[in-house]
Write a new protein. Structure first.
Length: 268
């Protein structure tokens, strides 16, 4: 699904650690010190997984995180955090865990431990009517494509651009934005030819504005998505048990169906 950028995470980690000393938050308390509360860092610009509805953060990840916290005997809270600095925030103890459409990748596992809860493919979104005739990654050759900064979506496009160039074709002009919603808006306003993101996110944007957007081909590159914890955190095995039980009793199925994300459920 979403999101990467190890070098940036390491840089921000140093900055966060320098200014927060013992992991103190803006409220004067370390997130890990707030007994009974499981605080998640989340980048609330990624519907339908996490986004603002008025002043409240909602979405599939919010429902999942809330249920996991309940099942480990805690209360959930959510801290809006820019994705490019989200691992650094976790390591600086700004939160206890991350739930933010984060892909479980080998690079990230060097810093954090994951509890996987869904598996998500990525999709191309184009303008309604598909005026650029985009039907897959290969047809992005020579095109401008918007994407959220620091994501695995960007990493994938960069890699595919290199493949196209090696084949003697034009690469992909990857245009990054700090917020995913801004990346989608860039397509609507004609600043780019396509947008690339997680399939449920693309489906959400199209569902919200079918007069402006459409799919450009089939989903690609399915990746596991997980909650991230600091290595060695005793909450990790408890969260794994909670997720397993949520699948077993149908709770996960209901949450994913609510947000039209049933296709992302883990297969047995």
């Amino acid at each position: 699904m979403r999101k990467g950028g190890l070098a940036a995470a390491l840089l921000f980690g140093v900055l966060f650690l320098a200014v927060t000393a013992a992991g103190w938050s803006a409220t004067g308390k370390s997130a890990s010190a707030q007994a009974g509360t499981l605080t998640f860092c989340t980048d609330a610009t990624y519907p339908p997984e996490e986004f603002f509805q008025g002043s409240k953060i909602v979405g599939s990840d919010i429902d999942i995180g809330t249920e996991v916290a309940k099942r480990v005997g805690m209360k959930a809270s959510f801290r809006n955090t820019g994705f490019d600095a989200i691992i650094a925030a976790l390591l600086a103890k700004k939160c206890n865990a991350i739930i933010s459409g984060m892909n479980d990748t080998p690079e990230r596992r060097k810093q954090v431990s994951f509890v996987v809860y869904i598996r998500v493919g990525q999709s191309i979104m184009v303008k309604a009517g598909n005026p650029k005739h985009i039907a897959g990654v290969a047809s992005l050759s020579g095109k401008k494509v918007s994407v959220e900064v620091g994501t695995t979506n960007k990493d994938f496009l960069d890699a595919q651009s290199k493949v196209l160039k090696k084949a003697g074709k034009k690469g992909i002009s990857v245009v990054t934005f700090p917020k995913d919603t801004d990346a989608a808006a860039a397509l609507k306003t004609g600043k780019v030819d396509a947008y690339f993101g997680d399939s449920p996110v693309v489906a959400y944007y199209i569902g919200q504005d079918s007069k402006s957007f459409a799919f450009g081909g089939q989903p690609v590159n399915p990746i596991p998505v997980g909650m991230a914890f600091r290595k060695g955190d005793p909450l990790i095995p408890k969260a794994r048990v909670a997720i397993a039980k949520m699948y077993a009793d149908g709770t996960m199925k209901r949450i994913l169906a609510k947000w039209k994300m049933s296709a992302t459920a883990l297969k047995k």
